[in-house]
Ligand binder design. Structure first.
Ligand SMILES: Cc1cc2nc3c(=O)[nH]c(=O)nc-3n(C[C@H](O)[C@H](O)[C@H](O)COP(=O)(O)O)c2cc1C
Length: 353
């Protein structure tokens, strides 16, 4: 790579030219009633367009991928129209934005599925509760996906990727982190299938590779990235052989010309960034508790090509300018993270010019 790895220098990520190496991490904000992106969301993302690349909040690629309240989707024409407003708002300010495709699998409840049972690799409930329209409820026991349903989901990821580009978005990030469906397939405690989708690491990774291939076929590898979070126990994920799993996964995702591999570094007992660098071969985004100095250090050492910031972007819409100036950062109000309206969403001011 000839480009200087500096947080504030322009770069390209896959097929996408970006103004800097700062990525806005995907963050669910539960402000899409009817699962439809809207004008308030367009305003929010537009305010944050000085990030080199925005990864949207988790967005369902299929109706049965919904969990939580008021998350957006990318499986209907109305959703495509909604996302067009978001894409236009970000592009008008020179930013770039990809949709995070998030199928929650077993992290759901019939309340989000018109009464139907959530689907997952195996009929094993995750321990925990989920906030529904009627308050907290225990996570439901899912139904194991049938082969035809797995085939339909693989198609759905490709269709959702095509819809993203149709809406004017710059690509997609496949969410295989944080205990959602592709991560459930990878984890032996959530996947006890005895067919080609479970058992060996090759089998457990087969779903992730299949949905990545489906998205690549739809929009091209340079517009498809993948997010992983090895070692993260969130949403009741356990993999005693995570090092072996991710050695395989980072290799299997390599050599395909994918836009990026985005790693939420949950500090597993092995160096996931070094492993990804060795095996993946494309741009690497690192995330998790970064500040400016650690970001610059990881870029300079070659550990990462891009750094994603999450919660800092919630309360600092102009985060890149603040980082560059060494300005003070506003603290986010956690009470308004999930759901509500403009308060705690679009009302954080940028620094006075
Ligand atoms: C309000 C909120 C919502 C989040 N939603 C998502 C999500 O939809 N998809 C995802 O992959 N990660 C999600 N995350 C995790 C962030 O992308 C990121 O990994 C995490 O905040 C750590 O980065 P940070 O220390 O810079 O905040 C969320 C985090 C927060 C704070």
């Amino acid at each position: 790579m000839t480009e200087a790895r500096d947080l504030f220098a322009p770069a390209t990520i896959g097929d996408i030219p970006v103004a800097n190496r700062i990525v806005m991490a995907p963050m669910t904000r539960n402000r899409a009633p009817g699962n439809l992106p809207n004008a308030l969301m367009a305003e929010y993302y537009g305010q944050r367009a000085s990030a080199g690349l925005i990864v949207t909040e988790g967005t369902a690629p299929a109706a049965n991928g919904r969990g939580y309240i008021d998350i957006p989707g990318l499986y209907s024409d109305a959703q495509v129209e909604g996302w067009r407003g978001v894409a236009d708002a970000v592009h008008a300010k020179g930013g770039r934005i990809v949709a995070q495709l998030m199928h929650v699998g077993r992290i759901s409840h019939p309340d989000f599925q018109e009464g139907a049972q959530p689907v997952a690799p195996s009929a094993i409930a995750a321990k925990g509760d989920i906030f529904t329209f009627e308050g907290m409820k225990p996570l439901a026991t899912p139904r194991a996906l049938e082969q035809a349903e797995i085939d339909a989901l693989i198609t759905a990821y490709g269709d959702a990727a095509a819809n993203a580009v149709k809406a004017g978005l710059d690509g997609v990030e496949i969410h295989s982190a944080n205990g959602y469906l592709p991560n459930q397939f990878l984890a032996p405690n959530a996947n006890q299938r005895t067919d080609q989708w479970g058992g060996s690491v090759e089998n457990r990774a087969r779903f992730l590779i299949a949905i990545v291939e489906s998205a690549v076929k739809a929009i091209g590898a340079g517009r498809v990235g993948v997010r992983i979070s090895p070692g993260n126990p969130f949403n009741d994920i356990a993999d005693p052989a995570a090092e072996e799993t991710y050695e395989y996964v980072t290799k299997a995702l390599g050599g395909r010309g994918l836009a990026f591999l985005h790693i939420l570094d949950a500090r597993p007992p092995f160096d996931i960034a070094a492993m990804a660098r060795r095996n993946f071969g494309g741009p690497i985004i690192l995330n998790g508790g970064y500040d400016r100095d650690r970001a610059q250090a990881d870029l300079a050492s070659g550990r990462a090509d891009f750094i994603a910031f999450g919660s800092k972007f919630i309360s600092n819409p102009d985060l890149p300018a603040r980082l560059q100036k060494g300005a003070e950062l506003a603290a986010p109000d956690t009470a308004t993270f999930y759901g509500g309206g403009a308060k705690g969403y679009t009302d954080y001011p940028a620094l006075a010019a």
